[in-house]
Design a protein around this ligand. Structure first.
Ligand SMILES: C[S@@+](CC[C@H](N)C(=O)[O-])C[C@H]1O[C@@H](n2cnc3c(N)ncnc32)[C@H](O)[C@@H]1O
Length: 243
């Protein structure tokens, strides 16, 4: 089965194989990041958070355990179906396209773990920032946690094989026409699968242009999950706080 690059994110993120490949995600690091971020933002007690592109809800569930009212929203029906088992009165999950405004306002809107820059139609990236703006309450903050492309490009592993649950995932990475592309191929029960991840290599300057067009203001930039200083060459993350 070969998936076309068009709307790769709508198919690949909805497969079980995506979740198998990345099952070793670091939950304690993600939780530490949420502790640091919510402390820094000084969100009101019981404040409302939208976790945009929440996947299976790992950040949403933890934020809710800290006392926040959380909506987790994602395009992937499979991920939302999985996350719904964690729902309670103050934690809900919805299938939603982040380039469209969610019909409510929040004290914070989080877009975490490089969940931006996937769209074929580049205008949808700007529409996503505009949508986040519309989702912020008067004192609300937007947060985008993106890869630092400079660091990623300098450390690109061109090819490797990762074996998870007996599946050999062959991964090839390259920078092509401003996109970081990862080809992933593997075989399960004698069926070959090929998927591609394609993420726009946005720099801080690219985001600043988007923010200006969308009419939001960049307040702060951090370079890691401990909210350390952002260094353009060496930081692993590009974490932007805006309103
Ligand atoms: C790298 S994953 C991160 C998931 C989650 N934030 C986490 O840290 O586990 C990116 C997520 O973006 C979602 N996504 C892609 N395009 C989307 C869109 N247009 N609207 C909402 N979610 C989208 C995918 O389904 C996937 O769950």
């Amino acid at each position: 089965m070969t998936q076309s690059a068009k709307q790769w994110y709508a198919s690949w993120f909805d497969t079980p194989y995506y979740h198998i490949l990345y099952k070793d995600r670091d939950y304690s690091e993600a939780q530490g990041f949420m502790d640091n971020l919510t402390n820094y933002l000084n969100l009101p007690e019981g404040g409302k958070i939208l976790d945009l592109a929440c996947g299976k809800g790992r950040h949403s569930v933890y934020l809710n355990s800290l006392g926040y009212k959380v909506i987790g929203a994602d395009l992937s029906e499979q991920s939302i179906a999985h996350a719904k088992q964690f729902e309670n009165e103050t934690l809900n999950f919805k299938v939603h396209d982040m380039s469209k405004p969610y019909p409510d306002t929040f004290d914070a809107v989080f877009n975490l773990f490089t969940s931006f820059g996937y769209f074929e139609d580049e205008n949808c990236n700007l529409e996503t920032i505009k949508s986040i703006k519309s989702e912020l309450s008067e004192y609300g903050f937007g947060v985008i946690d993106f890869m630092n492309v400079n660091h990623v490009i300098d450390n690109l592993v061109v090819e490797n094989i990762k074996t998870v649950e007996g599946i050999d995932f062959h991964q090839k990475r390259r920078l092509e026409e401003g996109y970081i592309i990862k080809d992933i191929s593997f075989e399960v029960n004698n069926v070959s699968y090929d998927f591609q991840e394609r993420v726009k290599a946005f720099t801080l300057e690219d985001f600043q242009q988007l923010f200006e067009k969308a009419g939001v203001y960049l307040l702060d930039v951090f370079g890691d999950y401990k909210l350390g200083t952002y260094h353009p060459k060496t930081s692993e993350r590009l974490i932007m706080i805006f309103k």
